[in-house]
Every structure is written in C-alpha cells, then in structure tokens.
Write a protein that binds this ligand. Structure first.
Ligand code: C5P
Length: 227
C-alpha cells in the first residue's frame, strides 16, 4: 500500500545467462547481461517485496536487501527455482536459459585432434518457467520473450504453451534488449473472459521499466488472487 505496493509478497526472479559445460574449461552460453532481472529485483525490493534472485553468472552487484542464489547451468537454475517457488507468491523468469546443453560434459579437457571437424551433441534443457508454472500451488508466473521478429506472435505462443499468467515481450537488436541499459517492452496477459490484453512501455532505462513492470505485475497478482 502507498509507496510499498509489494509489501508482504515473496517474489522470485531468475536472471542472467546459464553456462552449459562442454568440458572442465569450456561452456556454451549467450549474451544476457542479467541487467533486466537485476533491475526487477531491485525494484521489487524497493516496492516492499521479499526478493530472491536466482542468478546465472553475471558481473553485477547484488541489489541491497535481495537474497541472491548463484547458479551456473539450467539444471541448477531449475533446482534453485523449484526450491524458492515453494513459498513464492510471484515468479518472474527474466533469465536467458540455454535451450540445449552438451549431452555429456567431458571429464577431461577435450584435446585438439587431427580431425578438422568436431561434433557436439546437444540435448534439450528443462524449461524452468514452464516447470514452475505447471507445478502444484504454482506462484503467479511471469515470463519474458526476447525476439528478433514476430514479437507478438511468439510472445502469445509462449504465454499459452508455458501456461504463464503474463509475459513481457521485447524486441532484441537495434540498441535494445540484451546487454543494453535501455529497454522497451509490451506486457501481455489474458483476462478472465479470455481476451488478450496488452500494455506498451516505450524505451527507457531498465530501472524505470522494471519499476513499472513490478507495479503492473503486483496489481494483476492482487486482482487475480482477490477474485
Ligand atoms: O522459449 P524461450 O526461451 O524464448 O522463453 C523465454 C522465457 O522462458 C523466459 O521467461 C525464460 O526465462 C524462460 N525459460 C526458462 N527455461 C528455459 C527456457 C526459457 O525458464 N529452458
């Protein structure tokens, strides 16, 4: 209430990339900086929530008052998320989880051989946010969709397929998105009467966008749970 609209809420946020081991010295990852997830955690804490931030490897300071759990791989992120989600009211998945991981991580460093080709076999990682959303007594679950094309189409597909309550869609590329300080976004959700609604947020610093997103997510959570 007032300046602390998230008072009394436990919010879990995933952030950053994951690292999928190839061997003891190599891994697969992506360009996620973690900035959006960290901005959401800082905003949620400032608005009164108790915040757990499940973070892949990033070079960012932990926001004051936020409990941070560090993970490397998607499997570790799922593990930490399942534990934290048990008591959470709201779960926000801002992490850029690797879709695939090497089928086996070599125990020793893979040596350069005489072959000109090396084949890495990849297997699908678990979907963290979809697993949480499908759980018993699932928290109010919010996902992200970072896309280079057909943003609305992919975002709505993910909203349905992953059984999310809301999804934040953002275009990547052109100075926005991954590893940038500014971001624009559209928030989509389904009303109880089934129609899709959306709210657009113009390009702005991730900290300002994060505060608006947390305000909207908390408001929707409160109206969904008071019904
Ligand atoms: O399918 P895609 O990766 O584009 O979906 C993005 C959303 O799903 C984000 O909220 C992301 O954090 C989440 N996700 C996840 N686990 C995965 C892949 C994506 O939680 N393995």
């Amino acid at each position: 209430p007032g300046q602390r609209p998230a008072e009394g809420l436990e919010i879990v946020i995933t952030a950053g990339p994951t690292r999928e081991a190839i061997d003891p010295v190599r891994y697969l990852t992506n360009h996620s900086s973690g900035k959006m997830g960290y901005a959401l955690a800082a905003a949620a804490q400032a608005l009164g929530a108790t915040v757990t931030l499940i973070s892949g490897p990033v070079r960012l300071a932990t926001p004051p008052g936020v409990a941070r759990v560090d993970v490397d791989s998607a499997e570790q992120m799922l593990d930490a998320a399942e534990r934290a989600a048990m008591t959470a009211d709201i779960f926000i998945a801002a992490a850029a989880v690797a879709d695939y991981r090497p089928a086996t991580a070599a125990e020793q460093k893979i040596k350069k051989g005489s072959e000109d080709e090396l084949v890495l076999r990849l297997i699908k990682n678990p979907d963290v946010v979809a697993t949480i959303a499908a759980g018993e007594n699932a928290p109010f679950t919010v996902g992200f969709a970072a896309e280079t094309e057909a943003l609305e189409h992919h975002a709505l597909d993910k909203l349905e397929r992953k059984r999310l309550m809301m999804i934040v869609a953002n275009q990547v590329g052109g100075g926005l998105g991954f590893d940038r300080d500014d971001n624009a976004a559209t928030l989509y959700w389904r009303e109880p009467e089934e129609q899709i609604r959306s709210e657009r947020f113009d390009a702005q610093p991730k900290s300002a966008l994060a505060e608006k997103l947390i305000m909207r997510i908390v408001a929707h959570y409160r109206s969904a749970t008071s019904a």
